[in-house]
Design a protein around this ligand. Structure first.
Ligand code: C5P
Length: 231
């Protein structure tokens, strides 16, 4: 069984591995292991579609950093749990699923007990406010009740991160971590989400498409952390 809660609730950068070639993913995983900062890796569908679950195992073999499988799972309970089980079995420490599919689906995945569960509350793109955004408060209360480990809030709307992070378990001692995509390629600046209560800023293109991904990751980490003051 995979060790649980390897993702610490403290400020860091979750690097989105959305590149489409496996060797560069392995290389970046190795480089991030030696990088200065608090990093986690998020494997999305574009990379997964290259080889299937094997890429999760390959990245697992290349690093001890936490690995999140971002399948944005949104199916019936049986299928959602099956997808999550395959990802955990391949080496993922956490899976990302949608919260809007309902409490029964979230419970089924949480009850596997194989790793962390992160639920999408709001997304970064403008269309997220059309429908999803109307239910955020309700979704957060439900995820807290069910006991998910992390939630996704948009760095592109820091005011939402600020307002919604305060709802987690109704207090500031919540152990539930927040991850927030949207840095650089989608317009937010490093630190925008962290200063508003998020723990990990998710960064994809600005790192894996840069000339020196390790250096970019370290630089973005430093920029984000410096916004908290002190470092
Ligand atoms: O390249 P970029 O930094 O924009 O990548 C953002 C990553 O975060 C992508 O992997 C995308 O799937 C993910 N994501 C997002 N918005 C969400 C949830 C995940 O952009 N609400």
């Amino acid at each position: 069984m995979i060790e649980t809660s390897r993702i610490e609730k403290r400020p860091g950068i979750m690097v989105a591995f959305d590149m489409e070639d496996v060797p560069s993913a392995i290389r970046l995983a190795e480089e991030l292991s030696a990088a200065d900062g608090n990093f986690a890796i998020k494997i999305g569908r574009p990379l997964e579609m290259q080889t299937g679950k094997e890429v999760i195992s390959k990245v697992r073999d290349a690093t001890d950093l936490p690995i999140v499988y971002d399948g944005k799972i949104a199916d019936i309970p049986y299928i959602s749990a099956k997808i999550a089980e395959i990802a955990y079995g391949a080496g993922a420490d956490a899976v990302i699923m949608h919260a809007f599919v309902g409490a029964d689906v979230m419970r089924e995945v949480v009850n596997l007990g194989m790793g962390d569960v992160i639920t999408v509350i709001e997304m970064t793109h403008p269309g997220s406010v059309e429908y999803l955004g109307h239910f955020s408060e309700k979704l957060i209360r439900k995820t807290s009740e069910i006991g998910v480990d992390g939630i996704v809030l948009p760095a592109t709307r820091p005011e939402r991160v600020s307002a919604l992070s305060g709802l987690l378990n109704g207090d500031s001692d919540s152990e539930t971590y927040i991850i927030s995509p949207g840095i650089h390629a989608q317009g937010a600046e490093p630190g925008d989400a962290i200063v508003n209560g998020s723990d990990y800023e998710v960064v994809g293109r600005a790192i894996y498409q840069s000339e020196d991904p390790k250096e970019s990751a370290e630089q973005i980490y430093r920029q984000a952390i410096s916004r908290l003051g002190g470092v």
